[in-house]
Design a protein around this ligand. Structure first.
Ligand SMILES: NC(=O)c1ccc[n+]([C@@H]2O[C@H](COP(=O)([O-])OP(=O)(O)OC[C@H]3O[C@@H](n4cnc5c(N)ncnc54)[C@H](O)[C@@H]3O)[C@@H](O)[C@H]2O)c1
Ligand SMILES: [Zn+2]
Length: 403
């Protein structure tokens, strides 16, 4: 599938039309204990590069709804994209989809989360952009499609009857039928990292389908932004020990070693692809990689990566969430004669999302510095600063954390 900004736009449009056609469950009856505030603050993107933190009344809640007090929300590349250019034409919009918080009220029909776990006031929850009621997007069959219908809180245009639709806020209304998970057994930082981590759980599941990724595999991870660093963490929790990380940024390479890379290569220290491939081989003690994960959005990096892989090895390309342009490879030398098995990976399934909760517990259990991926935390009223920090690429993960 050729995935680009148009595809994302189509998904967002589908989401919006799904939400518009959904039957209203609003009712004034409040049938369950828990405190409902009268108003809530919402960071509303009102024009390009500008959020206004506005106060809105909490709308009437229905028997299928859940009111969540927001604790925090990660800033995603998509938020930065909206902030800078509004490519989906959503302004005014309450952004923030990598959020988490505590249930303060639930309607009388709400009993279980999307995985069947009980939901109660006081539980910590996340939402997920994968739509649980689409039978093709399933927790039980990894081979089915990974994105189809979606209910993406934080990417819906402002609605006059309920402004509490994004996680960059004090409170969020999770409407009946939405995907919601009880993740009370995870700490706040882990819960903020669920969404990006699910991308790597999916990528590693895709990689496993090649049959090439094994305990003793030599694995190259190219790119040490949040995506590459989390890739290393997932590999470490699987017991893969022999990982070489590649980047041009020494600080990121240093972090990759803390995350579990056994060796690093700074591509800026090497002239030309042959010398770079030689450096990767040296980093593995004289061998090329059995498997490679491509975690940059650079077409040149895609072209390079084949040179780091042994004959009969495998590649997972996951670096292009949006169209980053064409890459030039030599099909004979790079794929055919080397018999490279390649898989692509994009977003995740609902099942990967649930697997991510366990991954985060294991990562913490084996002492991986996951929390350090969140390099900046801003309060809600500093949201413009948070987005500017994200655009300057000063840190790794930027998050809004409420008091
Ligand atoms: N598959 C998916 O569903 C999915 C989901 C989220 C993000 N992504 C994509 O993953 C990519 C990485 O995301 P991120 O947040 O870590 O981005 P990032 O920009 O923070 O990190 C990319 C890293 O790659 C490094 N890099 C650039 N060119 C390189 C080269 N030639 N060799 C080695 N390293 C190089 C950069 O120095 C940087 O540290 C993005 O392009 C994003 O679109 C994909
Ligand atoms: Zn996101």
């Amino acid at each position: 599938m050729d995935l680009n900004t148009n595809d994302i736009e189509a998904i967002v449009k589908q989401v919006i039309s799904n939400m518009k056609s959904a039957p209203s469950t609003a009712s004034a009856a409040q049938t369950s204990p828990g405190e409902i505030p009268k108003t809530a603050r919402v960071a509303m993107l009102t024009k390009l590069e500008h959020f206004d933190v506005k106060e809105f009344p909490v709308p009437p809640l229905g028997d299928d709804d859940v009111l969540v007090k927001v604790e925090g929300c990660g800033v995603c590349g998509t938020d930065a994209h909206e902030f800078k250019r509004d490519p989906f034409g959503l302004i005014p919009v309450a952004l923030g989809h990598e959020g988490t918080g505590e249930i303060v009220w639930k309607g009388k029909n709400v009993e279980k989360d999307s995985a069947g776990k009980p939901l109660n006031v006081g539980d910590k929850v996340v939402t997920c952009m994968i739509f649980k009621d689409n039978p093709d997007i399933t927790m039980f069959d990894l081979n089915k499609q990974n994105v189809g219908g979606a209910d993406v809180y934080g990417l819906l245009p402002d609605d006059d009857s309920n402004h509490l639709q994004g996680w960059f806020s004090d409170y969020l209304v999770v409407k009946g039928g939405s995907t919601i998970f009880n993740v009370s057994d995870l700490d706040l930082d882990s819960r903020i990292l669920i969404e990006p981590c699910a991308v790597l759980i999916h990528a590693v599941e895709r990689a496993k389908t090649t049959g090439i990724l094994r305990f003793n595999s030599r694995v190259v991870v190219q790119g040490c932004g949040p995506i590459g660093l989390i890739c290393i963490a997932v590999l470490r929790t699987m017991g893969i020990e022999n990982i070489v990380a590649l980047d041009g940024n020494e600080k990121r390479l240093e972090f990759s070693r803390k995350m579990g890379a056994t060796n690093t290569v700074n591509f800026k220290d090497h002239k030309g692809i042959d010398e770079l491939a030689g450096a990767v081989k040296d980093a593995f003690g004289g061998y090329l990689a059995d498997f490679a994960f491509q975690c940059t959005g650079s077409p040149v990096a895609h072209a390079n990566i084949y040179k780091f892989i042994r004959n009969g090895g495998g590649l997972c390309e996951l670096g292009f969430f949006i169209n980053g342009g064409d890459a030039t490879i030599n099909p004979h030398f790079d794929i055919c004669s080397k018999e490279i098995t390649t898989v692509g990976s994009w977003v995740y399934t609902l099942r990967d999302y649930a697997t991510t909760f366990d991954f985060l517990k294991r990562a913490k259990g084996i002492g991986l510095p996951m929390s350090e991926l969140i390099t900046h935390k801003f309060p809600l009223d500093k949201i413009n600063e948070a987005l500017e920090t994200n655009l300057r690429q000063d840190g790794l993960k930027i998050a809004i954390v409420n008091q």
